[in-house]
Each structure stands twice: as structure tokens, then as C-alpha cells.
Write a protein that binds this ligand. Sequence first.
Ligand code: HMG
Ligand code: MG
Length: 312
Amino acid sequence: MKLTVGSVKIVEVGPRDGLQNERVTIPTEAKIAYITALADAGLRVIEAGAFVSPKWVPQMADTAEVYGEIPKDPGVDYPVLVPNMRGLERALESGVKSISIFTAASDTFNKRNINKTIDEAFENYVPVMARARSEGMRIRGYVSTAFGCPYEGDVPPEKVLEVCARLLDLGCYEVSVGDTIGVGTPMQVQGVIGILRQVIPASKLAMHFHDTRGTALANTLAALEMGISAFDASSGGLGGCPYAPGASGNLATEDLIYMLDHMGIETGVDIRRLVKASMVIAPHLDHPLPGRYLQACMRAAAPVSVPSTAVQ
Ligand code: HMG
Ligand code: MG
């Protein structure tokens, strides 16, 4: 395998994409402790929450409190999701420096997620971007359903390219290309990236894989081969979008780091500290974290039980 990528930027999305879909209410203090532990592990971009409607996503209702209370590491960027001008105003009131806007590559998902078609979303983002840029904010863009839509099925890569290009034209510094429902496979990933890269430099693309069907790590490898060096992941494999039926967690950050560490690719993240960060949030969930590396750590820590038949 020939790779040109020597280091990878990881965007940790556990505190946002991870927690937005949890059934139980996570205490604000637990979110603050979790984000603090993620920064201690060496993560340099940590998505801290979302200024979306609390009626649509109740788990993100305390983003202002969370953002206000996290001890800000000067070396860490703490972006938040913003869907409209109301969200931007809330972000500005909280002193946020970095935001992400989001749309999909399919209209039906976009209507379900933000109550707007793709064109309506862009109309809405023009003044939001203008204001955010005038305030000196850094703005990232997300394109959901880039590898398949839960309502429309296949999504043409040309549509993904169009939406990515529109986000970059609006002033996003990077676009995160999302496999929202985890249907993508490695050859498809390389096909989509090949089309995007005809117009967009690899340095402006990040990949956002959900691991619903166990393909997230293979897709990451496929994207690395295409020169992509920015990946979104969530510690412990937390995650899912509340408006994508059946969507499960993101690629687990530990699984990503384990693979990259053993490929000699720099990330700046200490995997042992990252496991500790996942263990900060784990007791507040009503299910085990699905990340494979984390699961292996827990099995190794647990006493091995010997079946009674073995000692007879
Ligand atoms: P709407 O109902 O069309 O909005 O929702 P509206 O403008 O008609 O407002 C309705 C009410 O919401 C009003 O309150 C507004 O004030 C309030 P009321 O008068 O009824 O009391 N409101 C807000 N409150 C707080 N903050 C705001 C805000 N905006 C309006 N920013 C809206 C439109 C966009 C607001 C809604 O659809 C929404 O919040 N959607 C967010 C959904 C979401 O967060 N989804 C998950 C994130 S995306 C994702 O996970 C995918 C990603 O991970 C990538 C991938 O995996 O592909 C990024
Ligand atoms: Mg996502």
C-alpha cells in the first residue's frame, strides 16, 4: 500500500454527534469533564455541542452552559453546530470562535433534519456565513448522506460534489463528507473522492464515517489512499443522527488511532488517555460503548471466567 499521508487531523465529534442521539439525559458536568479529558488526550479539534433547536435535539439544549464551562485549552478548537441565524446569535453570545454549518446531498434527509431543502438551506446560510465571517469565525461545512440517504437511497456523487463546492464557495475552510447512515464501502468511497478531487484539493476535504455496517475503518483506509488526511471520529464509537433512522455511532476514535499509530501516521493523540476520556462518559450512558479497541481494553481488564466444565 502506498500512502502519501504522514499525519492526520482528527475532529472529535463524540460530545456532539455522539451525545445528540442518547436516550438518557447526560448531566452538563459530565459533558464538561468528557470534553476536558478529550483535550487532555491530545485531541486538537473537539466539537463541543450544537446551537440547534432544543425541541428538535434536546440533548444539545445545554450547549451554552457546556461551552461556557469547559476550561479552554488554547491549542484546541471547540467548534459547535449552527443551523441558522438564531444558532449563530447563540454561538456569538457564548463567545464561540468556530462553527460548523450543515446540509445534506439529498433533499428528503435535509427536510427531516433541518426542515429545509438543499437550496433553502443555502439561502439560509448566506447571511449566516456573512455575519460569522465578519465576526472572524472559522467555519466548517458538513455534507450528510454523501454515500446514501435513508429516504432516497443512492445519492449521485455529482450532487455531493455540487454541495461540497457550494459550501467552499460560501467560505467554509473545509468540508466534512458524511456517510450519515454508514452504508458506504471502500470502492465507493474512492469513487466519490476521485470525483471530488477533480475540483477540490484533498486539503479541503475531511471524511465523516459512521460505522453502522462495520465499514468505517476500511473506508478510512480507502480515503487515506486517496490522500485525505482529516477524519471525524467519536471516542468509544458514540453517535448517530436522530433524523437518520438506524444510524449508529461514528468511527471510534480509539480504533482510528490504533490503526494510524501502527501505520506510523502521526495524530498527536495518546490512546491510553483517550480510553480514559471514553470511561468518563461511559457511566452516564444506558448502553456499552461499541468501539472495538475500547471493548478489547475492557475485556483485558476483566477477570477471565473459566467455564465450570473446564476444571472437572
Ligand atoms: P424549524 O422548526 O423549521 O425552525 O426548525 P423555526 O425557525 O420555524 O423555529 C421553530 C422554533 O425553534 C422557534 O421556537 C425558534 O425560536 C426555535 P418557538 O417559537 O416554537 O418557541 N429555534 C431555535 N432555538 C434554539 N436554537 C436555534 C433555533 N432555531 C429555531 N438555532 C431548525 C429548523 C434548523 C431549527 C431545526 O430543524 C433544527 O434545530 N434541526 C437540527 C437537527 C440536528 O441537530 N440534527 C443533528 C445534527 S446533523 C448530523 O448529525 C449529521 C452530521 O453528523 C454529519 C453526518 O453524519 O452526515 C453533521
Ligand atoms: Mg454524523
